[in-house]
Design a protein around this ligand. Structure first.
Ligand SMILES: [Fe+2]
Ligand SMILES: [Fe+2]
Length: 265
């Protein structure tokens, strides 16, 4: 019988985006149908594998070298969607990484991240299919890797990973997506608006999962979530959060009133 965490690592190592997506969908279904076991105690080793496995394109460049996307040209709009496709590709990878890398979490932790991974695969497909409809594809533009860099910085600590990836990087998406959606609304690109609505809604759930496990780990070690977050953000050089914040979405995603008020100071 296949084991969930080992299978997640195997999918993460794979370089073809479409194979990764279909592998994840089967893994999710097989797990639901009890065809996959789970070993929470085993410490797995990625050996010499380069993580994440990824196609030769897109070319990865520094964030400042990604051209600014213009909304008034088809190419500019496709470029914006392409950045989104790349974020979803890495979001799939980060959810897989959360599964294989950290042993000794409750079974529900792995199940939560499996659900996230499946939803990211679905988001990647939505964006990629729409890119194809616009006659572009994933790999056509350069991309930057800041999301994955935060994953790499936090390979040594599950609490840092939860604090800085879902609760910081994915939560930034909650703030950023509404403005992008409104720009597409203005030019009546309804399909893109629909896709962004789906993504925004699902992402609230991902940040909620990050909050759930961050707070679980804090409680386990009798730590204050607020002080601990501050310390981890400094230690792992998290980006400083800038408003405007999507307070309603952040509330739904499980941030407390105190955490939200600290954001705005
Ligand atoms: Fe996503
Ligand atoms: Fe996500």
């Amino acid at each position: 019988m296949l084991e969930l965490r080992e299978a997640a690592l195997a999918i993460l190592v794979g370089t073809d985006a479409q194979v990764k997506v279909s592998g994840l969908f089967s893994l999710f279904n097989d797990y639901q149908n009890q065809k996959i076991s789970i070993d929470i105690t085993r410490k797995l080793d990625s050996k010499e594998s380069i993580l994440p496995g990824r196609p030769t394109k897109p070319e990865l460049v520094l964030p400042k070298l990604v051209p600014k996307r213009r909304m008034d040209t088809p190419e500019g709009r496709a470029g914006l969607l392409h950045s989104l496709a790349h974020i979803e590709f890495n979001a799939m990878n980060l959810a897989l990484d959360a599964i294989w890398r950290f042993p000794n979490m409750p079974k529900e932790y792995y199940e939560d991240w499996l659900k996230v991974a499946k939803e990211e695969a679905y988001h990647f497909n939505l964006v990629n299919e729409h890119l194809h409809a616009l006659e572009f594809s994933y790999g056509d533009f350069p991309a930057h890797n800041s999301l994955w860099e935060m994953v790499e910085r936090t390979t040594d600590s599950v609490i840092a990973r939860m604090a800085l990836v879902p609760r910081t990087m994915e939560a930034r998406g909650l703030d950023a997506v509404p403005a992008i959606r409104d720009r597409f609304k203005q030019i009546k690109e309804t399909r893109t608006v629909e896709i962004l609505e789906i993504i925004l809604n699902d992402e609230i759930g991902h940040v909620l999962i990050g909050n759930r496990w961050f707070n679980f780990l804090c409680a386990q070690d009798h730590l204050s979530p607020i002080t601990t977050y501050r310390e981890l953000a400094a230690k792992y050089r998290a980006p400083v959060l800038k408003g405007p914040f999507n307070i309603a979405a952040r509330q739904q995603a499980g941030f407390t009133a105190e955490e939200l008020s600290l954001l705005e100071t």
